[in-house]
Design a protein around this ligand. Sequence first.
Ligand code: NAD
Length: 485
Amino acid sequence: MTTHHAVAGPSVAPADPAVLVSRNPADPADLVVELYACGPEAAVRAVQGARLAQPGWLDSGAAARSEALRRAGDAIEAAADDIAALIVRETGKPLAEARAETTRTAAIWRYYAQLPFDPSGEVHEPAAGPGLLFTRRRPHGVAGLITPWNFPFAIPSWKAAPALAAGNTVVLKPAPEATACALRLAGILGDVLPEGVVQVVPGGARVGEAVVCSADVVSFTGSTTVGEAVVRTATFRGVPVQAEMGGLNAALVLADADIPRAAAHLASAIAGYAGQKCTATSKVVAVGSAHGQLREALAQELRALTAADPGALTTVCGPVVSEAARDRVAAMRDGALSAGAALLAGGGPSGPGGPDKALTGWYIDPVLLEEVPDGHPLLTEEVFGPIAVLQAADDLEHAVRLANAGRHGLVTSLHTGDLEAALYAVDRLDSGMIRINAPSTGVDFHLPFGGEKASSHGMREQGRAALDFYTSLRTVSLLPSGRAA
Ligand code: NAD
C-alpha cells in the first residue's frame, strides 16, 4: 500500500504534513506505506470526536455493543489471509506466527463480545437499617491507546475490545512501524462500529503525547523508557494509566528437566520472531548438572534456526524490524565478545542478508553467549532481538537470584518435573507470569497479563481484569425516601 493520505475510512483522523514511512524488514526497498502523519492537534480533535461519540455508544446498550464486537471478530476472520500477509510484510513476523496472531485477534474480539452482559456491580446488605447498597461500574470516557509494532493487530485489539465492551470510545495511536496494519484494522472496525467510536491517529511520539494529554484513561504498551514518561504525564493529569513495558526474561532449567525438550522451547523463545516479543527469553539459567547437556543442546537448536524469509511457513527467525535494530543486536554481541564473553551460536552477519546470500533485509542469526561479565548491558537492558546469555547456577536459590537480578519482571519460564521446586520458585520469582515446562513466550488472552517491577505499571490488562481498568467503581447507598408508601 502506498498512499500520501491518512485515508483508511472516516475513523482515521485528518492528517498533518509530517511524512510517515514504513518499510518491509525483509526487503527494505518495499515501501509498505507512506503517508502524512497526524499532528498533535489532529490527535486532540480525534479525542474530542471520540468524546462526542461516547454517550451514544454507551446508550446503544449491551446487546448492540456485544453484536458490534462479535462482528469485528468475524470481519477479522474473514480477512485473515490478507491480514497475516500484511503483518509479515510490514513487521517481518514469520508467516506461521502472523497467522496465529490473526486467529487470536478474532478470538479476542469474540471473547470481549460476551462482556457487556457481565454484571456491572454487586448488591450488598447495608450494615444497619433498611435500604440497598450496591456498586456500579461506569466507563471513563475516551480510552487513549498507545501501541508497539510487534503485535500490530493483537495488542490494539486486546486494549480496544474491553474498552469498547465497557462503553468507552477509543483513540488508537499505533507505532509508526505498523501504520499499514493499524489502518487496515481501522478500516475493518470502521465497517462494524458506529462512526467516531474508534479513531486511529497515525504518527510518532508527539501524537502519542497529545493522546496521553487528552484521553480519559490511558493504556500503553512499548519500551520501558517511553512507558515511564507516559505514566508520569497521565498520573500528573490524574487519569488512570496502565503501562506494559519491556522484559529481560529468564528461563530456569533444573537438573531433572527433559533437556532436549527444554532446549527446543528455549530456542523458540529466543529466536522466534527474531526475539522481538516482550516475553522472549534473554537469560538461560542452567542449574547444577543441567548445564553441560543444555549448553550443547541449546547451541545446536539455535544454530539450526538461522534467520530466513518470514514469508516461508517453516521460518522461525525472520528479520528484525529495522537496520538500527540489527545493528543494536550486532553491537551487543560484539561488545560482549570484546568484554570476554564466549560465543556458542550466531557468528557474524549471516542469514539471507549475509554477504554471500541473494536476499537483502535486516537479518541477523540468533546469538547465544556465555561468560558474559557481571553488569554487562546484556544482563541489565532489554535488547529486543534474537540474543541470549547462558548462565550457570549452583542450585535453585542461586538460579532464582540470577533470574530476579535487574529491574524487569515480566515472565520467567521454569523447566522441571519437580513439583516442590516449581512451587518454591513460583513464590520467589519477581515475575508477573511464570510458565512451567513451556516457552516464556505465549499468552492466554482471557487471563490477566502483566509484569512486576519496571515491566509494568498499574492494573493488569487482558481477561476480565481489563474491564476493571476501563471502568470506575462507584458505591451507591439507596435509603427509603421517608415518604409514606
Ligand atoms: P516504543 O516504546 O518505541 O513505542 C511504543 C509506542 O509509543 C509507539 O506507538 C510510539 O510511537 C509511542 N511513543 C513513543 N514516544 C512516545 C511519547 N513520548 N509519548 C507517547 N507515546 C510515545 O516501543 P516499540 O519499539 O514500538 O515496541 C517495542 C517495545 O515494546 C519493547 O520494549 C517491548 O518489550 C515492548 N512490548 C511490551 C509488551 C508488554 O506487554 N509488556 C508487549 C509488546 C511489546
